[in-house]
Design a protein around this ligand. Sequence first.
Ligand code: ADE
Length: 235
Amino acid sequence: TRTIAIIGALDEEVALIAKALDGVEHDRAASLDVNRGTIRTNNGEEIRVVATVGGMGLVAAAATTQHLISTYAPDAVVFSGIAGNLNRELHVNDVVLGGTLRFLDTDMRLVGQWKPGTQDAPVTEFHSDDHLLHLADEALDAAGTRHITGIIASGNYFVDSPEHVSRVIHDTGADAVEMEGAAVAQVAARNDVPALVIRALSDNADTDYEVFKEFDISEYADTAASLVVDMLRRM
Ligand code: ADE
């Protein structure tokens, strides 16, 4: 039986996925409450799913990813959640698939005069798995959701000012910014586990966090989560 691990940072990002599982049991360890259940694919196969809220930020994401991999030996790790939009062609509730994941607060001179992978700028970027990207792309097309496969930047701060937006775009070339994806992709890569980062855009990175945190993000979180559920059924 295949096992797929799913991570969100916030309750809203995991709620709809946990609800779609059959026979859910809760494993509590490493400060996590892991929903362990099954889902039936469209061709009748049962797959095992472990889904958990990992918390916000790079360290929480890294620890959660390693815990799930070490405990459940999943065939893939999927992160599902929301992100700030940095791409003028995209709008709130569109989806960015993390073809490339970059940290925004490490040395990220990947765009500019340095060639990635040289001594001046060792490669510190990660990628979602091609097959998982393909599955997600199909599910998004079927749902009629506007989306791109692009660059996602991850860091330990919420981006809510024009200065931060300019710096993140300059340093990473990202289409979307969030706080976990690159850490998930990095830990998955260390373990040779295919990963996928899915982000529905919730804001244009211009909303003060104190204001943003009062927003109801469920609609955007559900856009990403329902895509995950559809993908699981297509596996
Ligand atoms: N997640 C959602 N919006 C974000 C933003 N503007 N910055 C960082 N993470 C986010």
